[in-house]
Write a protein that binds this ligand. Structure first.
Ligand SMILES: [Zn+2]
Length: 309
């Protein structure tokens, strides 16, 4: 690491704006990132330190239904709360942005369209469980019913917590939506999948050979077991209204998967900061003399490994 970097782009994991954060988050990602940014500034280095609220996704949509409010009300409340906490703690972000901002939506759509135009997605239609009263597709954990194995009446669509058996919603006796209490129905829905399996060869080389010594043992072990188990195509879109609209034909009522748009949040935050300070965001992301460093928690290993090279 003798290279003399001209500038540094430092990111800290975007907090999900559906609740207040705790001391573990602070110790895990923000304090180390802040210390590093301050150290570089003391050494008179050119640094941009970006972060912001992650404001899309199913969890916020479902929380809004459960609290009888809107996703917008939830993010507006927690964005301010989280931003103020960071300020009071003295975390020295150059910008604390939000993924609900227009510049983020625009940047995320550009990424999606770029993948789309290069033919990198596969369009797949399959049947998913739908709540007709709440008008939402249901993830397995939002479906409950009686366990076919032990008779427990509150088993989830993915697992019975009493006997530990892995389940699918179709196996539950008397399945019902946890949102409306009604029985869910199967409906066909189309999504755009990124075939992660197509990227397995370079990921294997990059992760397990070229950078094997750069990872903590537990992260390395986890990533290795995923790759050896075989990567699967993953849907990059979801049904719903809350999020970045899918910018192609025949995609009404579809939004980008939150894990597709959230990592782009680092770039859109840098764009906003650059606009505010009359700088070029591209120098901080595309120049080979820029060092890019992400501070993330270990629970995001699978997304981090998939999205960052
Ligand atoms: Zn059971």
């Amino acid at each position: 690491m003798s290279k003399n970097w001209k500038r540094y782009t430092i990111t800290a994991a975007l907090p999900y704006a559906n609740g207040s954060k705790h001391i573990g988050h602070l110790a895990g990602a923000y304090l180390p990132a802040d210390s590093y940014a301050r150290y570089l500034r003391l050494r008179k280095r050119d640094v941009v330190f970006v972060c912001g609220s992650d404001e899309h996704g199913t969890a916020i949509t479902i929380q809004a239904i459960q609290e009888n409010t809107t996703p917008r009300a939830i993010i507006d409340k927690y964005h301010v709360l989280i931003k103020n906490s960071f300020e009071k703690l003295g975390i020295s972000f150059d910008i604390y942005h939000r993924t609900s901002e227009p510049v983020h939506h625009e940047t995320s759509r550009e990424f999606f369209l770029d993948f789309y135009n290069k033919g990198l997605f596969r369009e797949v239609t399959n049947e998913q469980y739908y709540d007709e009263e709440q008008k939402v597709f249901l993830a397995d954990r939002y479906i409950m019913g009686t366990c076919p194995n032990c008779g427990h009446e509150k088993a989830y669509g993915d697992q019975c917590e009493k006997c530990g058996k892995s389940l699918s919603p179709a196996e539950l006796i008397k399945p019902h939506s946890t949102l409306s209490g009604k029985a869910p129905v199967l409906r066909p829905t189309k999504h755009w999948y990124l075939p992660l399996n197509d990227y397995e060869p370079w990921l294997r080389t990059w992760l397990l050979r070229d950078h094997a010594k750069d990872w903590k043992t537990n992260v390395y072990g986890q990533c290795k077991s995923w790759i050896e188990g075989g990567l699967q195509p993953r849907a990059m879109t979801r049904d719903g209204e809350w999020g970045v609209k899918v910018p192609v034909k025949d995609a009404e009522g579809k939004v980008l998967y939150v894990w597709f748009d959230a990592p782009i949040g680092y770039i859109s935050a840098t764009k906003q900061w650059a606009m505010d300070h009359n700088k070029s965001w591209e120098l901080y992301w595309k120049d080979s003399d820029t060092r890019l460093i992400h501070f993330v928690g270990k629970t995001t290993s699978c997304f981090t490994a998939s999205f960052f090279r």
